[in-house]
Write a protein that binds this ligand. Structure first.
Ligand code: ARG
Length: 221
């Protein structure tokens, strides 16, 4: 007893519980963010003015306001004004998904715009409808090229998911605070949480590097 390792060992159950929520929230946040973000990017590039305008407004509002405020509006604001009630976990996932989707939409837009124009022209000249060419030729190439950026977003979300502790989701941050309160120890519980976040992000970065190398193995460019 006395050192940080034995401290961690004593309270490992709290951290283990927290990590599960943190990983669940982050994975679902990025997954839904991916789907919504792709949709928003397509609206933005649709060429239809009103759709483009909606996509721009969506992105600007979600990127231009703090995620903490978004979380509180979704969890407390909607409940009080419209009687729309979510569990803390639902509110956490919704907030992370929406916030992440705005960042991912910009990533997708850049990726789609980065695909050589000749790809669409070639598909069109073969008689392929625009939508089909988009789905089967442009988007797959775009997604491949933005994979590193999506991975980066995943790392960001693992860290930023810590704000859900604010409304009482028992994630890693919440558990660290619980241990802090329980033990009256100001430093160890937080340093341990920081180390665990770091381990998660390091492992993820490593996995992403491997994936990236695998995917580009056959590239000529
Ligand atoms: N803390 C910032 C905020 O509240 C970070 C959001 C970053 N989100 C992201 N999906 N990359 O706005």
């Amino acid at each position: 007893p006395g050192n940080i390792f034995s401290f961690f060992w004593k309270y490992r159950g709290y951290y283990a519980d927290g990590v599960q929520y943190t990983l669940l929230l982050s994975a679902l946040g990025v997954l839904f963010g991916f789907l919504i973000g792709l949709l928003i990017a397509l609206l933005r590039l649709s060429g239809v003015k009103i759709l483009k305008w909606i996509a721009v407004a969506y992105t600007e509002v979600l990127r231009g306001t703090p995620m903490l405020v978004q979380l509180l509006i979704i969890h407390f604001g909607l409940a009080s004004a419209f009687d729309i009630k979510f569990t803390v976990l639902q509110s956490g996932i919704i907030t992370l998904s929406l916030n992440s989707s705005a960042y991912l939409a910009e990533i997708f837009r850049a990726g789609i715009q980065g695909v050589d124009k000749g790809q669409m022209e070639a598909a069109r000249s073969l008689g392929m409808p625009r939508g089909l060419a988009m789905r089967t030729i442009i988007i797959p190439q775009a997604i491949k090229s933005v994979l590193p950026a999506i991975g980066n977003e995943f790392v960001v979300i693992i860290k930023e998911s810590s704000i859900v502790s604010f409304i009482g989701v028992a994630d890693l941050m919440f558990q660290a605070n619980a241990v802090r309160t329980l033990t009256y120890s100001g430093l160890y519980p937080l340093v341990i949480a920081a180390c665990i976040y770091l381990i998660m992000t390091l492992i993820l970065s490593k996995l992403l590097n491997v994936l990236e190398r695998r995917l580009s193995a056959g590239d000529i460019r």
